[in-house]
Design a protein around this ligand. Structure first.
Ligand SMILES: Cc1ncc(COP(=O)(O)O)c(C=O)c1O
Length: 363
């Protein structure tokens, strides 16, 4: 189950997609850069051609941005396509996975017949990323620790919104490098806390793959663009596992315009940073709700005792408000939900409806 399925909700509620307010996918509420609209309409002639299989212009722009070689970049149909290619491309059979986290990592391991060992972030520590524990597991001399060949860490993590700092991550990277284990750092939400990112990469790492997405911060979920930054031989390995032309012409054009608009990026960051504090503060004063600290454009919270996340999601859905019920995620509690930070008006609507539901109590 993923957030963002407005199509299913519109069929179920017999309403237009535009009548729904989607808090279940965390997309920049300011929308795509205005430069994206211009670029896409200027590129209409490209619809009658195959897209550039090399994503050349986009990779050039990303290489300039991350001060890396263009050969260190591979673009996919959303970061999801790359996530699904990773186990076979890198021969990962046993993955160490922080939990709770984005479900696709476990799903792709199951699909390729691999194994997952979860390392749980603790609720009592506000789901702080257990980076020390991961490092200790890597450095242990036990037989078990020798069977891992990959670690995934989402930084910031979804759904918890927690981060680790780049210095700690580098230490983990060095431990992984020494042991010859792949470290995959999913930075799909790192545009909201750029100081935590591993990019631009410092030093040579043969075993680190950083994933980025154009879905969240650049608000292009419908166009499906994501990319990976890794050493050139790793990029070549990944490319061999991707189908040709998987990134559409419009996706490439839009992504190129999006990453070049610094003004929209700055405006988005300023807006989210401010609105997140206000929204989280309002949620935190709702009786019985526990709000966890976050560095992304979503908030992870626990409903009061007596509630189940699924019941609240169903209750809000009737009013056209979609939230992410996290009760099905290994490592999260039955009362856990995640809501995106949207416009002030949308957030106020959620606050009012949530307050009403809490007053009425669970059915
Ligand atoms: C942590 C994380 N990584 C990757 C993805 C996939 O994003 P996309 O394929 O849209 O780039 C998501 C989507 O929700 C996510 O939350």
């Amino acid at each position: 189950m993923h957030g963002g399925n407005v199509y299913a909700a519109s069929r179920e509620l017999s309403c237009d997609v535009r009548d729904l307010i989607d808090f279940s996918a965390s997309i920049n509420p300011l929308g795509p850069s205005p430069l994206v609209w211009k670029a896409v309409s200027k590129a209409r002639h490209l619809l009658s051609h195959y897209p550039d299989p090399e994503c050349w212009e986009l990779r050039q722009a990303l290489a300039r941005r991350w001060q890396c070689d263009v050969e260190q970049l591979v673009v996919g149909n959303g970061s999801m396509e790359l996530i699904h290619a990773l186990p076979s491309a890198l021969s990962i059979r046993h993955l160490l996975l922080l939990q709770p986290t984005f479900a696709e990592y476990a799903a792709t391991m199951a699909r390729t017949g691999g194994r997952v060992t979860g390392v749980s972030a603790k609720r009592s520590e506000q789901y702080a990323l257990p980076i020390d524990r991961l490092r200790r597991i890597l450095c242990a001399r036990s037989k078990r620790s020798h069977s891992y060949d990959g670690i995934v860490l989402c930084n910031p993590n979804s759904p918890t919104g927690q981060v680790c700092n780049a210095a700690d991550l580098m230490e983990l990277a060095q431990a992984a490098e020494r042991r010859g284990i792949w470290l995959i750092v999913d930075e799909s939400f790192a545009d909201y806390c750029p100081e935590r990112s591993l990019l631009p990469r410092k030093g040579r790492f043969a075993r680190i793959v950083v994933l980025r997405s154009l879905t969240k911060f650049y608000a292009l979920p419908g166009l499906r663009v994501g990319y990976a930054v890794a050493d050139a031989p790793v990029v070549q390995q990944l490319r061999r596992h991707l189908p040709p032309w998987s990134v559409s012409a419009m996706g490439q054009v839009a992504a190129l315009a999006a990453v070049q608009d610094q003004i929209h990026a700055m405006r988005s960051l300023q807006f989210i940073t401010k609105e997140r504090v206000r929204f989280a503060g309002e949620l935190a004063i709702m009786p019985g709700c526990t709000v966890l600290p976050t560095y992304a454009n979503f908030i992870f919270l626990e409903l009061p005792r007596g509630w189940h996340a699924a019941a609240m999601a169903a209750r809000l859905r009737r009013d056209g408000l979609l939230i992410r019920d996290c009760s099905d995620m290994p490592g999260a509690g039955a009362r856990s939900i995640r809501v995106a930070v949207r416009s002030r008006r949308d957030n106020d609507r959620l606050l009012r409806t949530l307050a009403g539901a809490l007053r009425q109590g669970p059915a």
